[in-house]
Design a protein around this ligand. Structure first.
Ligand code: CP
Length: 354
């Protein structure tokens, strides 16, 4: 594996190994203090970030390496002059040994990975995927619950645009005896392609609009914020500002051992009073994020091999997703793959091709 674009690029045993290394780094940080001496990480961020960018940078400094990059690529990089994602990645791979990219365009990190000669990590692409957040989530669940199997996981909030949700469901669907309680208004329910994948994998799930109805059954409650920045004009017009709020009252029937996660930032979906509840683990989750990113950097820098997991076909047809990089950069080479549902799908964003 050269790049990490989708959490499914990693097998369960890859994830077990990353969790093992991250746990060792957390316990013995000095052992790893020179592991990346002389190596450079580039953080190319075209969307705002606090945790992901700074935890990547803290991770590389913690490994003794160097960091360069930009936090506001749309304004501060030559993308503002029209340079493509592919050219940007090609150039940066002259200056850095590994790249972490966040972009508002779905598929942009994959395009970067195809052009760069160094590993590229997807640090979030539009509403599509956020695999390193999922690694942080898996390390948190594994460390705090003691297992990744036999869990009932409630996911609440914006399931439509929440890229952390899509990656978490994809990852957890590979473990044994996982049941999802999917809590959202109908307008922010999971995209159809995620539901289809859960059905194909035989995953048990319930879709509900109630935050409290299944609370007593949950082992993990994963709260998310509503991503209004991804709403289209119709969605903004219909938005009434009403949302879910987790507080001491809505938590009253939860198990004592339930764990509350949130990828953060929160807006108002978790009341500050919940921060004092021992079940609240969202700040620890951000700390776990640094250790798992350290483990991932080590893995991508020091394990060899090209990515064999991505099989591509040339696609003659256009991608119908106007948020995909193929729509934004029409000159980009088109790639597709044959999905388990028999449809030809865009490799960059997973939309079915006509
Ligand atoms: N969880 C997460 O991706 O946070 P940032 O947007 O602050 O990076």
């Amino acid at each position: 594996m050269k790049d990490l674009i989708n959490i499914l690029d990693l097998s369960i045993s890859d994830i077990d190994e990353l969790i093992k290394v991250a746990t060792d780094i957390k316990a013995h940080p000095t052992k790893y203090a020179d592991a990346c001496r002389g190596k450079t990480l580039a953080t190319l961020f075209f969307e705002p970030s606090t945790r992901t960018r700074l935890s990547f940078e803290a991770a590389m400094y913690g490994l003794g390496g160097n960091v360069l990059g930009f936090a506001d690529g749309g304004r501060m990089s030559s993308a503002s002059k029209g340079e493509t994602v592919s050219d940007t990645a090609r150039i940066v791979s002259i200056y850095a040994d590994i790249i972490a990219m966040r972009h508002h365009i779905e598929g942009a990190p994959l395009a970067a990975g195809l052009a760069a000669r160094v590993p590229v990590i997807n640090a979030g692409d539009g509403g599509h995927f956020h695999p390193t957040q999922t690694l942080a989530d898996l390390l948190t669940i594994s460390s705090e619950c003691g297992r990744l199997n036999n869990l009932t996981i409630g996911i609440c909030g914006d399931l439509k645009y929440g890229r952390t949700v899509h990656s978490l469901i994809a990852a957890m669907s590979r473990y044994q005896n996982i049941r999802f309680i999917l809590i959202s208004p109908a307008s922010l329910a999971l995209p159809e392609y995620v539901i289809r994948e859960m059905n194909a994998a035989g995953i048990e799930y319930v879709q509900t609009t109630s935050l409290t109805k299944y609370m007593s059954e949950l082992d993990v409650l994963y709260m998310t914020r509503v991503q209004k920045e991804r709403f289209d004009a119709d969605e903004l017009a219909q938005d009434d500002g009403e949302g879910y709020i987790l507080n001491n009252e809505t938590l009253s029937t939860a198990k004592p051992e339930m764990r509350i996660l949130h990828p953060l930032p929160r807006v108002d979906e978790i009341a500050v009073e919940v921060d004092r509840d021992p079940r609240a683990k969202y700040f620890e989750q951000a700390e776990y994020g640094k250790f798992i990113r350290m483990a991932l950097i080590l893995r991508l820098l020091y394990s060899s091999g090209k990515d064999e997991s991505i099989k591509t076909l040339k696609a003659e047809t256009k991608c119908p997703n106007d948020r995909c990089i193929v729509a934004v950069e029409p000159e980009i080479e088109r790639h597709a793959y044959l999905a388990p549902d028999g449809k030809l799908r865009c490799l960059y964003c997973d939309a079915a091709l006509e």
